[in-house]
Design a protein around this ligand. Structure first.
Ligand SMILES: C[S@@+](CC[C@H](N)C(=O)[O-])C[C@H]1O[C@@H](n2cnc3c(N)ncnc32)[C@H](O)[C@@H]1O
Length: 334
């Protein structure tokens, strides 16, 4: 997560721009400290994704217990001919792009000639994730033009390319990682950014059996636990705190009232946290938790509401046989 060095890179068909420095490390520190001083304490889930965090998330997506990725991929692997979208000269803006295994499924259903007309904009807070994704995509689709954008999609959505004929993608049910108010705020902003004729593909995880949900975030190999604890190392690097991840335990459970899997880190002993920039301290009592992630689950009414917040119409909903996951095609018609 590079909040300090403005990176402008051009390598063959790949360009990269980093907008994070215009947020600035001071604002990031303030955001982290404010979350740790709130009751109950929280750390925003975007801070999972340093290089190690992005790698761990990729491992999670390959776990048996983690059904969302393979289910969404199955839907995406046959979607192109069923979508009423012309991909020639399209600009694909992939928000929270992560690894490229989903977007490559779209490209692989198109002819080389069509792919050569596309500009792909991966947008992510993790620069390493964009660079690794671009390397893999260029090997498989050498004719593809890629313009990577390192940015925070909550604070910097306005910086997305203003070109015409855009397909926005937001896969992985990342929308569910936002708080209830952030989802409305984000969809409002996205709706304002989208122009008439633009398309939006949203990957969204549905409410289902609690055992299936809780199992997905409590894997046997404890990769999710490593991913959760890694956030403390990221926070140490960004704000000079002295968290010891070994003093915390991974917790993930379904909150039925909020239809959300919540991930927390529970203190195994009393802990005092210092920040490098002040004499201020934050105390955690043994058993107290830091809320690190929401993973909201949705139903069809919520899918409609999400579209309304952005002024979008639903074109089509694609689901797997179990209806565990949906990919929703929305369009901005006016
Ligand atoms: C749940 S993962 C999904 C990744 C990928 N789209 C997929 O479907 O597998 C969320 C992705 O969004 C990125 N991300 C999280 N919060 C972000 C933010 N505020 N701004 C930009 N990217 C963010 C993470 O780095 C990560 O790659």
């Amino acid at each position: 997560m590079n909040y300090t060095k403005k990176e402008l890179l051009t390598k063959g068909g790949f360009q990269l721009i980093n907008y994070l420095p215009s947020i600035g490390i001071e604002k990031v520190r303030e955001e982290i400290i404010a979350g740790l001083k709130t009751i109950p304490k929280y750390i925003a889930s975007k801070f999972f994704y340093d290089e190690k965090g992005s790698e761990l998330f990729e491992k999670i997506t390959q776990l048996n217990e983690y059904y969302p990725t393979r289910t969404e991929k199955k839907i995406l692997s046959t979607i192109v001919s069923r979508l009423n979208v012309d991909f020639t000269n399209i600009n694909i803006v992939d928000i929270g792009s992560g690894d490229p295994t989903k977007i490559r499924l779209l490209f692989s259903q198109l002819s080389e000639q069509v792919v050569s007309t596309i500009i792909y904009y991966p947008v992510d807070i993790s620069q390493s994730a964009i660079e690794k994704a671009a390397e893999k995509l260029i090997l498989e689709f050498p004719m593809l033009k890629i313009k990577g954008i390192v940015a925070d999609f909550i604070f910097q959505l306005k910086l997305l390319p203003k070109t015409k004929n855009r397909l926005f993608c937001f896969f992985g049910s990342t929308v569910g990682n936002l708080s209830a108010t952030e989802i409305e705020f984000f969809m409002n902003m996205l709706g304002n950014e989208m122009q008439q004729g633009d398309n939006f593909l949203l990957g969204i995880d549905m409410i289902k059996d609690v055992a299936v949900l809780e199992n997905a975030y409590n894997d046997e190999q404890q990769i999710t636990a490593q991913f959760n604890k890694n956030i403390l190392k990221v926070v140490n690097n960004l704000s000079g705190t002295n968290f010891n991840p070994n003093e915390f335990e991974h917790l993930a459970f379904f909150n039925a009232e909020k239809n959300s899997i919540e991930m927390h880190l529970k203190a195994l002993k009393n802990v005092a946290i210092i920040f490098d920039s002040s004499t201020d301290k934050v105390y955690l009592k043994k058993g107290e938790t830091i809320h690190t992630e929401n993973s909201h689950k949705f139903n069809f009414n919520k899918i409609k509401t999400i579209g309304l917040w952005a002024g979008l119409d639903i074109e089509k909903v694609f689901a797997d046989d179990n209806r565990w996951f949906n990919v929703v095609h929305y369009k901005k018609n006016k």
